[in-house]
Design a protein around this ligand. Structure first.
Ligand code: ADP
Length: 461
């Protein structure tokens, strides 16, 4: 059966409190009763002994007689304390008998005690003990004391023990009541954020990514849950925006070359334009550019999605830089650039192939955006925590306003667009994603017409 968190918590707390109170009641009751019964039993014995010694005092050794008045007083006094006396002289003659004096009082005492002790669930009954009365070491008579045994409670005793039990019971009931109140308040405090989080999660699953959990719960675990949900919502929101942005960007990037090719082909088909090898090759170039764009997009999807699985080893960045140089050496030579690789070995914790891709992207940009006769230099330095690659060129540079945007997808500076260098604006985005996946940084410094310097730092551990 499914129960709410609130009910479960309240019930658990109630159960714990009830068991605790019950245990305390049972044990304290048992202990106090035992001690109290012990005390009462001892008290009764002392009382019997006192009666016997009081009686002995009443005997006059000279006249060998008893003071009847005092015997009567002692007997009646004892009767009111629920001891029924029968006093005999040394020869066994009855001197004083409670039953003879006040029969009805005796019955009343017996009834009251029996009733009281039955309530107490004490199995007992009236018992008689006979004690010798002595004076100066001489037996002068005897007394039979009848009382409820093994022990009995006087009115006051009974009231005391009853009050004690009532106090314990009251404490139990109050504690139970408070436990229910506190339990339900506590449960409410815990359950409310959980219920709200569940609601928010549901909203998120419906695509409502703007929803957030505002209030603090003051409970560490619940706060963690809440912030995880908020984080999830914002991450999904970001993903969603990225997805929308990407679709728009791709559509935008594809539209222009497609429109151009389509217009040119249409013109040739309709005979407006004569079909010449130059025009066909123009179309062919555009189609190739589209092909390159699609290939770049595929690479971007690989590094930007969750699919970027790094195959980490300890590659030497200097060796990586040389490999990139080998790949692009011919291009540099074509533009009569002086391309060089310098620096020291630096072993970092990285995926070698991905790092090679980063350096190739940077180096090919440097070659692409440096006019003939310029210089491109790759420099590797080793610091305590990072391996650093700098790709420097003496090329066209990037303006201050455009510099912050060059790592954005499809971004190309006006200068590079006008030069028709054919880039799709994805190379740096890919480089940045790879570097970020390694926990590294990539930065760019540039001055228009002076050249640019891209710096990549990759952690060694
Ligand atoms: P692309 O394929 O167009 O080169 P990138 O993402 O690699 O795309 O670069 C984005 C833009 O940044 C380029 O179009 C260019 O305008 C600029 N850029 C990148 N590297 C350099 C550089 N070394 N010198 C000047 N401009 C650069």
């Amino acid at each position: 059966m499914m129960r709410s968190l609130r009910t479960q918590l309240s019930l658990s707390i109630l159960l714990v409190v009830l068991v605790t109170v019950a245990l305390i009641s049972v044990f304290s009751n048992w202990f106090i009763n035992r001690e109290f019964e012990d005390y009462i039993t001892k008290q009764e014995q002392t009382r019997s002994e006192n009666i016997v010694s009081d009686l002995g005092v009443q005997y006059n050794s000279f006249t060998h007689s008893w003071n009847q008045d005092f015997l009567h007083t002692i007997g009646m006094y004892a009767l009111y304390e629920s001891y029924i006396l029968k006093i005999y002289d040394v020869d066994g003659n009855l001197l004083w008998d409670a039953e003879n004096h006040d029969m009805s009082k005796c019955w009343q005492v017996m009834d009251e005690i029996s009733l009281r002790m039955e309530k107490w669930k004490q199995d007992g009954g009236f018992v008689s003990h006979t004690y010798d009365i002595e004076k100066d070491g001489q037996r002068i008579g005897s007394v039979s004391i009848t009382y409820y045994g093994p022990y009995f409670f006087s009115e006051n005793d009974f009231r005391f023990i009853n009050t004690l039990n009532i106090v314990l019971l009251t404490i139990g009931i109050l504690a139970g009541f408070f436990s229910v109140v506190v339990g339900s308040l506590l449960a409410r405090r815990i359950a409310r954020p959980v219920v709200k989080t569940a609601y928010i999660a549901k909203q998120i699953s419906k695509g409502n990514y703007d929803i957030r959990f505002e209030s603090e719960t003051n409970t560490r675990e619940l706060d963690a849950l809440v912030s995880a949900i908020n984080h999830l919502a914002s991450a999904l929101n970001e993903q969603e925006n990225l997805r929308k942005q990407l679709t728009t960007d791709v559509a935008h990037e594809l539209r222009t070359p497609l429109a151009a090719v389509s217009a040119h082909l249409e013109a040739m088909l309709e005979g407006v334009w004569e079909v010449t090898p130059e025009r066909l090759s123009g179309c062919h170039e555009e189609v190739q550019r589209l092909g390159n764009l699609v290939a770049d997009l595929e690479r971007l999807a690989k590094v930007e999605g969750d699919n970027l699985r790094l195959n980490k080893s300890q590659p030497d960045l200097l060796e990586v830089a040389r490999a990139a140089f080998d790949t692009l050496e011919a291009e540099g030579a074509k533009k009569k650039l002086t391309v060089s690789v310098r620096g020291e070995s630096s072993f970092v914790c990285a995926d070698r192939d991905r790092m090679l891709q980063v350096v190739i992207n940077l180096l090919s940009n440097a070659i692409k955006y440096t006019p003939e006769g310029g210089a491109v230099n790759v420099d590797v330095t080793d610091t305590e925590v990072n391996g650093i690659i700098r790709v420097k060129d003496s090329g066209i540079g990037i303006s201050e306003e455009e510099l912050p945007h060059i790592f954005e997808r499809f971004y190309r500076t006006d200068k590079s667009r006008s030069r028709q260098t054919g880039g799709s604006g994805i190379g740096l985005t890919i480089a940045k994603s790879i570097v970020a996946a390694h926990g590294g940084t990539i930065t760019a410094d540039s001055k228009v017409n002076k050249g640019s310097c891209f710096t990549v730092a990759i952690p060694k551990k």
